[in-house]
Design a protein around this ligand. Structure first.
Ligand code: MG
Length: 399
């Protein structure tokens, strides 16, 4: 028989107190079903003092009853996971398009890798994993079709009208466009999740840093994409593995790998080491700082303007890898060709909807009355998967 352990490992399967649809009715909203630890009890046992506790949340814009056994950030994670925008990440490219093969990362698998690495780090640092996972699953939900090429194309078109960024569009999606609830638009996520996403919109803005959980997701995003873009680009033949060995970070990673492996296994082993080295660096650098500062609550690292990062030497080496990827991969002729095609198609579609708004779904025609036709058309296109965007382009413009 399957057991149902609670956080202390205790088997609850034989107890009447395991929550059911009926027992949920038997205790007041916000209280915990008898026999289960409360969210506060679990967090008190598991989280470090510098973690953001669920009890500190400022709640949601539209107030809702507290869930009997899911914490606020667990609910946020679930809301993102069940959203249409999240599902569509499976059809959105990260760097490489679907017609280049089926090995490389999509926007969805990238997101899941970020969540996994961020949770590993978050658990090791005693941070709030539910909040981390909610933020990680959310972080790229606003990406339009065709990756950064699509984003740049929409931004260029809307330049005189406030521009476009995937980070801002993520907020539009989860606050306005998602339709899941009867009485309010959007997903009604916790204010901390929205605030953390807001800090991603303008990363150059100075001021109080975001909460540690949000910083950790950003650091994990960067570790993840640098490492998996190396893997994907070599696999796709856009760069030679040996050319990467010129980079100190890759050279160091390769030096930790045993000799005599096949090229495929060597690539996998080096990518593993790249991730491992960077995760270790973030972990130790952060932990050293936490220990020496002796922080006793989640506000203190923010007051101290603490920023989660790699150690300085590895941060420099990673910057070199990043600029190599930019020059040799993100600006590779094959990728530039994709960029150009995406840009042309998106601009033609924006032109088309501007003069043919009735070709958009009704909700975007209605939305055009409040935000303008160009913005509404951009919001419509940005929600599309790569394949659907191409399909609509073929139907409407027919090239
Ligand atoms: Mg990302």
């Amino acid at each position: 028989m399957n057991s149902t352990p609670n956080f202390s490992g205790e088997d609850l399967s034989s107890r009447e107190s395991v929550p059911t649809a009926t027992s949920r009715m038997d205790h007041p909203p916000g209280s915990n079903p008898p026999g289960l630890k409360t969210i506060a009890e679990r967090e008190a046992a598991l989280l470090a003092p510098w973690a953001f506790p669920s009890s500190a949340t400022k709640g949601r814009r539209h107030s809702e009853p507290v869930h009997p056994y899911r914490g606020p950030f667990q609910r946020d994670r679930d809301r993102v996971l069940h959203s249409a925008g999240f599902r569509r990440l499976s059809g959105k490219m990260q760097v490489f398009t679907g017609d280049m093969g089926d090995y490389h990362r999509t926007r969805l698998t990238h997101t899941v890798e970020v969540a996994s690495i961020a949770r590993t780090l978050g658990r090791a640092l005693g941070l709030n994993e539910d909040l981390i996972e909610a933020l990680a699953l959310l972080h790229d939900i606003g990406h339009p079709p065709f990756g950064h090429a699509g984003e740049d194309a929409i931004h260029a078109y809307l330049l005189g009208d406030g521009g476009f960024s995937h980070n801002q569009y993520a907020l539009t999606l989860v606050e306005e466009l998602e339709e899941r609830y009867a009485t309010f638009p959007g997903l009604n996520l916790s204010k901390e999740v929205l605030a953390s996403q807001t800090t991603r919109v303008d990363k150059s803005a100075v001021g109080r840093p975001p909460i540690l959980e949000a910083q950790l997701v950003d650091a994990s995003d960067s570790v993840t994409y640098n490492s998996h873009d190396v893997d994907d680009a070599v696999k796709l033949g856009l760069i030679e593995f040996d050319a990467l060995l010129e980079l100190p970070l890759v050279k160091r990673a390769a030096g930790r790998v045993e000799q005599g492996l096949s090229p495929k296994r060597r690539r996998a082993a080096v990518v593993y080491q790249l991730i491992r080295m960077q995760v270790d660096s973030v972990l130790h650098t952060t932990m050293d700082q936490i220990k020496s500062a002796g922080w006793t609550d989640w506000t203190q690292p923010l007051d101290a303007n603490f920023r989660i990062d790699l150690d300085p030497e590895m941060a420099n080496e990673k910057a070199e890898l990043q600029s190599f990827l930019y020059d040799k991969v993100y600006r590779h002729p094959q990728i530039v060709k994709v960029r150009k095609r995406a840009q042309d198609q998106i601009h033609e579609m924006l032109d088309f909807f501007k003069t043919n708004p009735t070709k958009m779904p009704e909700r975007f025609q209605v939305r055009a009355e409040s935000v303008g036709i160009v913005r509404s058309a951009a919001d419509y296109i940005a929600g599309m998967t790569d394949r659907y965007c191409q399909q609509r382009y073929a139907e409407l413009i027919g090239k």
